[in-house]
Design a protein around this ligand. Structure first.
Ligand SMILES: *[C@@H]1O[C@H](CO)[C@@H](O)[C@H](O)[C@H]1NC(C)=O
Ligand SMILES: *[C@@H]1O[C@H](CO)[C@@H](O)[C@H](O)[C@H]1NC(C)=O
Length: 352
């Protein structure tokens, strides 16, 4: 990169009149990179693998089930590394997003724009909001929503009051709210329980599907995973997963399971609060709670590409179970379980 910058700087000094081009050149893809992208695409179509962080990606790279491409093992584009290989006869391209919604959406869009991708499989660990499940269980939700886009209502207004810009169709009261006063400690006295933070209303995302009219917005709240992928995932529900770390020294109460669940929830929030976790469970039926899947889902949906998320539960968000504080002990099991399920799932896509 330093070399490129120096060349750009030299260019800018020589061609002072077109100095602006030097900055613009860093934001678009060079002809050389396009050539490499086109070459890589000869091995497509790929299953697109989207993973949040290194600790969820490294077990894949270390697995004998993943065979790195000999011709093009990886290609770096604009700060992202795309890794090529095969899993169970399926050619794959894998990208690590980094934390949270912006990174996940951006990396997924790049993946779909640059490469011939027939479907996306996303995996990782997640907080848990479903007390029927256990650390290490691997969940596969049918629907995802982004729950950190809000309209924050002014103090004094309630359910019956229209939100700002609601009439224009920008915001809605359709998906419900959280009222801070409901969580005040010592609610006995309503006057004392009132809270000036009042309420936040959950909002659907504005989307612009590739099949729609440009600049004509649509809205999406619950985004459905691919029906076909979700149905295929049923085959993994009996899969055996390890219950112990370090041989038999540290074990979960029962062996983890793979379960398809109705809903997963994402937001730009690391959730470590039991009351909000319970609210999310009651209000939205969330099981895994994390920071990327809905962004992947929203991008895949807009591009008309099938997707599925596989998320293992690393902890009961906010604590509250006997295992609640043992996330650090079992996080490696959780990450490995999500990877193992992904590695079993991808080969099932061969009938496509
Ligand atoms: C939230 O609670 C306050 C009382 O603290 C009440 O005045 C308001 O109407 C409630 N908002 C909603 C949306 O129910
Ligand atoms: C597993 O064993 C290794 C080395 O024996 C140790 O460093 C690590 O803390 C152990 N992990 C757990 C979760 O017990």
């Amino acid at each position: 990169m330093g070399g490129v910058r120096q060349k750009l700087l030299a260019g800018a000094i020589v061609l002072t009149t077109v100095g602006l081009m030097a900055t613009a050149a860093e934001g678009y893809i060079s002809g050389k990179t396009w050539t490499a992208i086109n070459r890589a695409n000869r091995h497509g179509p790929f299953v697109g693998l989207v993973v949040p962080n290194t600790f969820e990606m490294v077990p894949v790279l270390n697995s004998p089930s993943f065979v790195a491409s000999k011709t093009i093992p990886n290609l770096d584009v604009q700060g992202r590394r795309f890794r090529f290989g095969a899993i169970g006869g399926q050619n794959v391209v894998m990208v690590m997003t980094g934390l949270s919604m912006l990174n996940a959406g951006l990396a997924t869009q790049m993946l779909l724009s640059l490469f011939r991708v027939k479907g996306i499989v996303h995996w990782g660990i997640a907080g848990n909001a479903n007390e029927d499940l256990q650390i290490g269980d691997v969940t596969i939700p049918e629907y995802w929503a982004h729950l950190s886009l809000w309209n924050w209502q002014r103090y004094g207004d309630g359910k019956e009051n229209e939100l700002p810009l609601e009439a224009a169709g920008d915001y809605t009261r359709e998906y419900g709210f959280l009222n801070f006063s409901d969580y005040t400690v010592g609610q006995g006295n309503p006057a004392m329980a009132a809270n000036e933070l009042n309420s936040i209303w959950y909002q659907p995302e504005e989307i612009f599907p590739a099949s729609g009219v440009p600049e004509e917005r649509q809205h999406a709240f619950w985004v459905r995973a691919s029906k076909r992928y979700y149905a295929l995932a049923a085959k993994l529900e009996g899969m055996e997963l390890p219950a112990c770390v370090n041989g038999t020294t540290t074990c979960l109460p029962r062996a983890p399971r793979v379960v398809r669940v109705s809903r997963g929830c994402s937001g730009n929030v690391f959730l470590d609060n039991a009351r909000y976790r319970q609210f999310l469970r009651t209000k939205f039926e969330c099981t895994p709670i994390e920071m990327e899947s809905a962004a992947v889902a929203l991008v895949a949906y807009q591009q008309g590409v099938p997707f599925l998320t596989i998320r293992s539960l690393s902890d009961l968000a906010g604590g509250g179970s006997a295992l609640g504080n043992e996330a650090s002990t079992f996080i490696s099991i959780a990450a490995q379980n999500a990877v193992d399920v992904m590695l079993k799932f991808v080969p099932l896509l061969k009938e496509q």
